[in-house]
Design a protein around this ligand. Sequence first.
Ligand code: GDP
Ligand code: MN
Length: 354
Amino acid sequence: IRMHENSIVQFELPDGAAGSDITIKRENATLVMLVRNSEVHSARSSIRYVEDRFNKNYHYPWLFLNDRPFSADFIRMTKNLVSGVPTYAQIPREAWSMPEWVDRQKARECMREMASKNIIYGGSESYRHMCRFFSGFFYRHEMMQKYDYYWRVEPDTQLYCDIDYDPFKFMRENKKKYGFVINLKEFASTIESLWPTVQNFSRAHPDYIHPNNALDFIVDDNKNLTEGGYNLCHFWSNFEIAALDFWRGQAYTDFFETLDKTGGFFYERWGDAPVHSIAASLFLDKEEIHWFYDVGYRHHPFTHCPEPRKEYHETGKCYCNPTQNFDRNGYSCTRQYRRMRGDLGVQKSINEMM
Ligand code: GDP
Ligand code: MN
């Protein structure tokens, strides 16, 4: 066990332990979970799912992050559930606090007002730190530096299908930068000034907008970036498999800084999901965005369940209920995603396979 400053606990596995198997060719990647000590049982459940459906064959390391030091109990209760090397690290204070340019009085009033309107997490300051952390800090954490790819795992999530290939290798070999499972509409009341901020940023940095971008996923009716409104579509970021160099690159770095300077993470309640999704849709080639359709996944209250029975269910690969697939829900943005991909015909062929 190695102890660092800033409460980092790292384990080194003994020779012969699963995670030290050098015959398995792994990508430069990690599983990562932001979690509170009090969520230990929810964390254990998610770890079990990821290990059973995937990681028991690959032994990728796990990085656990927390704004507080991890308790000895959290570490004891998780370190033997993982099949790769676990690291427990505290987040530095600057990545979990209001920057000095944020007017605290105004932030408090905004939170009170949003709480009184019953906006989800509207009154929570810690939720805002969490969203800002995932928007602008996790990829800069000391313990993330050495990795090229990550898979974000949340407590209390479920996986329903065997993942019998390495999604990180898939990302690298197919030049993918951002991978998701579920997409949906954001609550407009949490991001009122986000889109105008994005429009201003895009006007100031037209060179960052990729010529083959995924704008059609986030703007309806063939409108362009300046004329069109945000349709609230975003990738649900509680599941993410992505390349860290995208977040670390100049476009996203400038983008996050511009957003952060407005104080919108605190005066409103900007989520990391719309922030990541808008950036991916504007700055990436649409070919670099990947839908992990084959990953059966649930985060309360939505499930993605692959529908084709022959391929996913009769083979024994998945055990979710395809009739609960969120893709068909009115709040899903699968339609917008397919329009952006130019393959609205896919839905029909999936139906035919069933
Ligand atoms: P929701 O999925 O949007 O309802 O939000 P969650 O409560 O699941 O939070 C998102 C992620 O951030 C989860 O991985 C949580 O464990 C984590 N998280 C949220 N708030 C905190 C916090 O105050 N401290 C820590 N350490 N983790 C947090
Ligand atoms: Mn959650």
